[in-house]
Write a protein that binds this ligand. Structure first.
Ligand code: FAD
Length: 476
């Protein structure tokens, strides 16, 4: 029987191990998950305080849309975790309302027809007219494009400078001038190719096949109009449950504090995976670690692959959770984002108490939980000589942003800072080519190596789970 080694125990590695034990039983006798740290979950980390307050230092909510969204719901149903879901329904203020902080003012993004029909700050023209013009723009034959250039061409430079710039800071903590439209928003990129227009393409967007909507939890999410969701104990409940599910399986061996140091391809087509304590002969290796970390494990026979893995950069973020006494939010919303022109390292603020109030402390006095996201492509502004500024200085920057943007001048009653190095891979223009060249190399050299994790085909938790499933399907 074959041995599969999964490198990394974040959500990608855990779901790969889960799908392997579920679907590859005939082909694989042993699954070894190697995780360098003392815990699994990777960036998924929820801290629960004694008074019940939950702080997320990584992902905080999952969306239900698209194939990745539906696949995650199927996994959750499979894990019997549906009763632990904390849905955010689309009639909730946090699902409906999003703000931008531009020119020192919070500006609501349109969320209804009236909003797109009339001019609204910070835009100089109604969004309807900006998008109506998109129908008549000429189709480009660029093989890839930056996200900023794509929207400047198709909608307007103003829309790209303000809305798209902020959105990319919110999703990728990255600069839309470098990020690849083809890799980050493939479906929208393809609408220009197939329909000559995003608007036309969206109007003719194919319906989801009925059988994909059949699973019980997907039907529940649709009928109750969920926009996104978390879990009663925070998002980490998902990685914890996956861990429980695979730990109970006799074919799975989970080894914490076991960093992979090296990998060698053997003549028999197997790979030897070397940790400080062991050398494992693997028939299949699924690597979920950041691409540059994988490059460091490979020997010089694989220099071509190494150089491509090293070409994928990642940004670092500071995440500051702040908690204040009282209900202090001036508006009810998911939160606000800032365009890079407004405030370099402050990417945005998430209004956690509005999103998931049941994650607030259960003390009698109400509190307001916020998360300030800083850094990303602008993290150099939080560093001196390549090292992070002190935690106190970064926390002060975060509280100042809360004071300036939300006019909350109280001091926080509690805070937590997490400095996350290389936490969000950046798919720059040309990323799709890097991927296809690596895939060809792996195939030509018959390497039993599968690239999963956020470095390649989507950074969202849903993408990570789906890509692990697809890799396992390839093996099976
Ligand atoms: C601040 C932040 C907020 C986010 N918010 C959201 C959100 O709200 N919704 C959403 O969908 N997505 C969000 N994301 C994205 C998403 O959380 C990540 O892309 C996803 O969790 C990545 O999971 P992964 O398993 O691929 O990688 P990781 O979580 O990085 O896991 C990799 C694992 O490999 C281990 N490892 C590293 N080197 C080695 C080695 N040599 N040997 C063995 N193990 C090793 C690491 O310790 C780690 O546990 C957010 C990300 C961040 C950073």
């Amino acid at each position: 029987m074959s041995t599969a080694v999964v490198i990394g125990g974040g959500i990608s590695g855990l779901s790969a191990a889960y799908y392997l034990q579920k679907h590859a039983g005939e082909k694989i006798g042993k699954i070894i998950l190697l995780e360098s740290s003392k815990r699994v979950g990777g960036w998924m980390k929820s801290t629960r305080h004694a008074d019940g307050a939950i702080y997320e230092s990584g992902p905080r909510s999952l969306r239900i849309v698209g194939k990745p969204g539906r696949n995650a719901l199927n996994l959750i149903e499979d894990l019997n975790l549906e009763n632990e879901i904390l849905p955010l329904t689309s009639n909730n203020a946090a699902a409906k309302n999003r703000y931008l902080y531009v020119n020192g003012v919070l500006c609501a993004l349109p969320n209804n027809l009236m909003g797109v029909l009339r001019r609204q700050d910070p835009f100089s023209r109604a969004l309807l007219w900006q998008f109506a013009g998109e129908l008549f723009k000429t189709r480009s034959d660029l093989e890839d494009d930056s996200i900023h250039n794509f929207f400047s061409r198709r909608v307007s430079k103003e829309f790209a400078d303000i809305a798209v710039d902020s959105m990319c800071r919110g999703i990728f903590a990255g600069d839309c001038r470098n990020l690849s439209m083809k890799a980050c928003f493939k479906d929208i990129f393809n609408l220009e190719k197939t329909h000559g227009s995003i608007v036309l393409g969206l109007l003719r967007y194919p319906k989801v096949p009925a059988d994909e909507l059949k699973p019980k939890l997907i039907q529940k999410a649709r009928s109750e109009k969920w926009a996104s969701y978390s879990f009663k104990s925070g998002l980490q409940q998902l990685s914890d449950t996956l861990l429980d599910a695979i730990s109970n399986h006799k074919m799975v061996d989970i080894r914490l504090s076991s960093p992979v140091q090296k990998m060698d391809l053997k003549d028999n087509g197997r790979m030897s995976v070397i940790t400080d304590e062991d050398e494992i002969q693997a028939d299949y290796v699924l690597s979920s670690v950041y691409s540059k970390n994988l490059a460091a494990m490979l020997n010089s026979d694989n220099n071509y692959l190494k150089s491509h893995l090293n070409a994928i950069s990642a940004v670092s973020c500071a995440v500051v959770n702040l908690e204040y006494e009282g209900n202090l939010l001036p508006v009810q919303a998911f939160g606000h984002l800032t365009p890079s022109s407004e405030s370099g390292p402050i990417l945005g603020i998430i209004y956690d108490s509005c999103l998931f109030p049941s994650h607030d402390s259960n003390e009698k006095i109400p509190t307001t939980r916020l998360t300030v996201m800083l850094g990303g492509s602008w993290s150099e502004q939080l560093k001196t000589n390549g090292s992070w500024m002190s935690e106190a200085d970064i926390t002060n920057m975060a509280t100042k942003a809360v004071r300036d943007h939300l006019k909350i001048s109280n001091e926080p009653i509690r805070s937590k800072i997490s400095l996350l190095d290389d936490c969000i891979p950046q798919y720059q223009v040309g990323h799709a080519n890097i991927l296809s060249r690596m895939e060809k190399f792996i195939e030509d050299k018959h390497l039993p190596l599968y690239l999963i994790g956020s470095s390649y085909r989507g950074v969202s938790v849903n993408d990570c789970i789906l890509n692990s499933k697809l890799a396992v399907e390839k093996i099976v």
